[in-house]
Design a protein around this ligand. Structure first.
Ligand code: SF4
Length: 171
């Protein structure tokens, strides 16, 4: 898949964030989310036809201009709705020397059960995956980078190597 031919539907971007993973990060808020968590703060991202379409190449060029960032975060919305496109963009981001963190409302186990090649590709280019829906009953404002206690910071490479989630409390 040529990067030039890929469009990604986004709600917006933040060029320098310190609240979406370790270090200074470029954040892409993808558009469209099927989870509809009670208490979601990003309800504007739910409509899969909302937001705007942007070329993956244009996103990459913008990311390359952000000289001080450590990495890129795919957030939402639900990034896995556009898994193949984000995996392709993610590969370029990694080649540029940055790390990738993907937030998802799916659990790690749900993603694997789905057995979708696009899901697999997005998992594999992610250094970390923050998984699971936001659960109001599990809400904890003391957690780093997550809204509720059910959500996990998963080290993707280690998890794939040992076959079960390897998690961190903090990046
Ligand atoms: S997964 Fe995230 S964006 Fe989607 S409804 Fe839940 S909290 Fe909102």
């Amino acid at each position: 898949m040529e990067l030039n031919s890929i469009k990604i539907r986004i709600a917006g971007t933040v060029k320098e964030s310190v609240v979406d993973g370790p270090g200074l990060r470029y954040v892409i808020f993808t558009q469209g989310c099927p989870h509809h968590c009670e208490g979601c703060h990003n309800q504007d991202t739910w409509d899969p036809k909302g937001g705007k379409l942007i070329g993956a190449h244009d996103l990459l060029n913008d990311i390359k201009k952000a000289r001080l960032i450590r990495g890129v975060t795919f957030s939402g919305g639900e990034p896995f709705l556009q898994a193949r496109a984000l995996a392709r963009l993610g590969r370029e981001i990694k080649n540029w020397g940055l790390d990738v963190i993907t937030f998802t409302g799916y659990t790690w186990e749900e993603l694997l059960r789905n057995n979708d090649p696009g899901f697999k590709a997005l998992i594999e280019i992610s250094d970390y995956l923050v998984d699971g829906p936001f659960m109001l009953a599990e809400r904890d404002i003391g957690l780093a980078f997550r809204g509720s206690r059910n959500q996990r910071i998963i080290k993707v490479r280690d998890t794939l190597d040992v076959g079960q989630p390897v998690t961190l409390n903090y990046f």
